[in-house]
Design a protein around this ligand. Structure first.
Ligand SMILES: [Zn+2]
Ligand SMILES: [Zn+2]
Ligand SMILES: [Zn+2]
Length: 368
């Protein structure tokens, strides 16, 4: 299918109209604004299907033209990724329904318990409507954020915080379930905790060393305790880490997955957040994706068709910046290391024979 760089200009015309959820209509004005930003939207021609090899996937039930917005998904858990939380402009409002970029530190609303400098809200409204959620994580952050950062590094701290925020969302969902159940607009898509439970991920895909390290992390910081009152066993938390690692998204300021790569190449920019999206996580990877993705200003992930997608075709994104990993070896290495699979997309399959034979001939054994 023709996919020229000029197509990139057409895809900026997003043709969808996000729908407000019914719950948004029944709340106060300020909350309405926040919750309205949280609404999901799924294109009516996008369906979930099961492939015998790949498992769950997204597919088009009817033709979808290039440039069409296919999915707007809200994060179930999201954390900011910043170099210096005190001064960094990229810090996000901690209200999980808001997530807007925060301005200068002076205008931020901070936690009265000073749990962590990465936690701040854009307004008192955002903070006050977020209390059930933040109270779940506050004591854990205050006690463990600094030690984990110091002993395990920034990446593991971020991963642990995403786990805690997944549990915080589950906690809030449980206490608000009754009202939620009545107004949930898209019952066919699992966008609550059930969506998190059905994410792919298993301890078997990771090395023993990796699993041992996460097991220790769970034991020390993520077990059920007074500061982290969930009801999962250590094995269940470990499983949740495997799911999170296989399914979380990095949030970048520009599109991921424009193909062919524009010339000169435009990368997607610096990562500013990490999040788990229950529906978006179903998209499989292709090195010639037919969708590109980019978060909006409230942390929602937007999928847009980057070429015409025909009825029955799988809808794929690229899990990495295509301008960063160009040749087959680099792409495969990255996917194996970070996502634990070997890509078999059309592009990889068509490049593989030539690559394999050159690798093969380079092996010492072949020279004998
Ligand atoms: Zn806010
Ligand atoms: Zn706090
Ligand atoms: Zn591939």
């Amino acid at each position: 299918m023709a996919n020229t760089p000029s197509r990139v200009t057409t895809v900026t015309k997003v043709t969808c109209t996000p729908q407000l959820s019914l719950s948004a209509l029944s709340t106060a004005a300020t909350d309405k604004e926040i919750i309205g930003k949280q609404s999901r939207w799924v294109h009516p021609h996008l369906i979930e299907s099961i492939d015998p090899i790949k498992g769950r996937q997204l597919r088009a039930s009817q033709d979808i033209p290039a440039g069409t917005c296919i999915l707007i998904d809200c994060p179930y858990a999201i954390i900011p990724v910043v170099d210096n939380p005190v001064t960094n402009e990229g810090l996000l409002c901690s209200n999980r329904a808001c997530n807007r970029a925060l301005r200068a530190p002076a205008s931020r609303v901070v936690c009265s318990k000073s749990c962590l400098s990465d936690v701040a809200w854009c307004s008192t409204t955002c903070r006050d409507s977020n209390m059930a959620y933040h109270n779940f994580e506050c004591n854990w952050l205050k006690r463990y954020a600094v030690p984990i950062r110091k002993k395990w590094g920034e990446y593991i701290f971020g991963m642990s915080w995403v786990i805690v925020r997944l549990l915080a969302s589950q906690h809030v969902e449980r206490i608000t379930r009754l009202e939620d159940e009545e107004v949930r607009p898209m019952h066919e898509w699992k966008c609550d905790w059930r969506g998190v439970e059905s994410l792919c991920g298993s301890v078997d895909s990771w090395s023993h060393e990796q699993v041992r390290s996460w097991t220790l992390l769970v034991k020390k910081y993520l077990q059920k305790s007074a500061v982290l009152p969930h009801d999962m066993t250590p094995d269940q938390v470990l499983h949740l880490i495997c799911q999170e690692e296989a399914n979380s998204f990095g949030l970048y300021p520009r599109e991921t997955g424009i193909y062919p790569c524009p010339e000169p190449p435009i990368d997607r920019g610096e990562q500013y957040a990490a999040a788990v999206y229950p529906i978006a996580a179903m998209a499989n990877h292709s090195c010639i994706p037919n969708m590109m993705h980019k978060p909006d200003e409230s942390g929602r992930m937007i999928f847009t068709a980057s070429q015409d997608i025909l009825a029955g075709q799988e809808c794929c994104i690229s899990y990495f910046d295509l301008t960063e990993h160009i040749n087959l070896t680099s792409r495969r290495e990255h996917l194996r290391k970070s996502f634990r699979f070997t890509c078999q997309c059309h592009r990889c399959a068509s490049e593989a024979p030539a690559q394999n034979s050159s690798d093969w001939s380079a092996m010492p054994l072949m020279e004998l």
